[in-house]
Design a protein around this ligand. Structure first.
Ligand code: P1T
Length: 387
């Protein structure tokens, strides 16, 4: 039935549940099977049914990639064993002497692969506050080949004007990439805003259950896709069939989960903003957010991530983090359960202390990933820990 429908005419929730997925032709199994196989029988050398070896392709991964492509309004998607393996694949398109402009406030691991791995291989990087378009433009050089954006940024939740920055990159003959992890495919569509590539750590919202580490990218540029597909197979950082199955299952509820994440986060951001023990709250949905207007323009929701400064310093932050009961003190984000963490010591420790200071990642900064539990319980938990 649905398989004769045109995916271009379907809405997000329908695509999340059906895109790329058909009942198994052999058995009618409604859910995509976990093709737990490394290799495929060939009739004659080179004569096969589209699958040769699972590093190259696997049917469970094919279904998952097709689903993500549909959700990002993209022609192509490629899945990887982690968000960073996805970033690594994109960086393979560069050569020594090429230059990358990146937002200054990137996930610590992204900064580390840029600064500690690819810089050694002769790629140059400039980290700049991309929320300032003049600074962004000034960072480009004749050899700039890539513009790397995260929006909202991790952990300061700066919002970048994706449309303006993608246009700037295009004018400078550079490709633009948006790390869409914090928004998921549901709240933000970077390709529609002009970006060349969208990437996700699917470890977060896309899978949504904190039981998989994975990454995915999507693009409409067929020639770039061909290169990336070559690197994916040549380098080999692919996800296992079981992980592909789990993400595919997680995607089915993405739209429902994201709505609740955003609802809970908005309410908690307002609660924290009024709390005497809190110095400042950063949440794109608050009118006080410096780029609230851009957030409204390019996102269809404000997401589930809140960053705030607790009054005091490290001792106060530490005490608060030890006292929460429902929020789990742990790295990562985007799962159904609420998490809380200390970026300076945990997720962003690989950023040099002086850079952290410049970015505002102080010792009283706390990041929360608001889950989809009952709001009253989450509020009560924060209240008792702040007290
Ligand atoms: O952990 P991995 O799946 O390799 O994804 C890396 C990554 C990429 N991009 C963003 C925006 C991310 O937040 C991450 C991972 N981030 C965390 C683990 C964290 O707690 O922020």
């Amino acid at each position: 039935m649905k398989y004769e429908m045109n995916p271009a005419e379907m809405k997000f929730g329908t695509l999340a549940i059906h895109a790329g997925q058909e009942p198994d032709p052999q058995t009618g199994a409604v859910m995509t099977p976990i093709y737990q196989t490394s290799t495929y029988a060939q009739e004659s050398p080179g004569k096969h049914r589209g699958y040769e070896y699972s590093r190259t392709d696997n049917p469970t991964r094919t279904a998952y990639q097709a689903c993500v492509a549909a959700l990002e309004n993209a022609k192509h998607a490629l899945a990887f064993a982690s968000g960073l393996a996805t970033t690594d694949c994109i960086l393979h398109t560069l050569k020594p002497g090429d230059h990358v402009v990146s937002c200054d406030d990137v996930y610590g691991g992204t900064f580390r692969i840029f600064d500690k791995v690819y810089k050694r291989l002769g790629i140059e990087f400039t980290f700049v506050d991309l929320s300032d378009l003049k600074k962004a433009e000034a960072a480009f050089r004749p050899n700039t080949k890539l513009l790397w954006m995260e929006s909202p940024t991790n952990p300061m939740l700066k919002i970048l004007d994706i449309q303006a920055l993608a246009a700037l990159a295009r004018a400078k003959s550079a490709r633009s990439v948006v790390d869409n992890t914090f928004m998921s495919s549901y709240f933000q569509k970077p390709l529609n805003l002009g970006a060349d590539v969208v990437v996700h750590s699917v470890t977060k919202y896309m899978n949504g259950h904190s039981d998989v580490v994975g990454g995915v990218l999507a693009t409409n540029d067929t020639s770039l896709y061909t290169d990336l597909k070559f690197f994916q197979n040549a380098v080999g950082g692919v996800p296992a069939p079981m992980d592909c199955f789990l993400v595919l299952r997680g995607l089915k509820t993405l739209h429902v989960r994201m709505e609740r994440h955003a609802q809970n986060a908005m309410a908690l951001a307002r609660f924290l903003e009024k709390h005497p023990k809190v110095e400042r709250v950063i949440y794109p949905g608050l009118e006080s957010h410096p780029q609230h207007a851009i957030a409204r323009k390019q996102m269809s929701g404000f997401g589930g991530m809140i960053t705030f400064f607790i009054r005091g310093g490290l001792p106060e932050a530490r005490k608060f983090l030890e006292k929460v009961r429902i929020f789990t003190l742990a790295e990562s984000l985007g799962g159904v359960e609420s998490l809380i963490e200390h970026p300076a010591i945990m997720t962003h420790a690989s950023i040099p202390p002086e850079t952290r200071k410049e970015l505002g990642i102080h010792d009283n900064l706390i990041r929360i990933s608001v889950g989809i539990e009952d709001l009253a319980d989450l509020k009560a938990d924060l209240e008792q820990a702040l007290q």
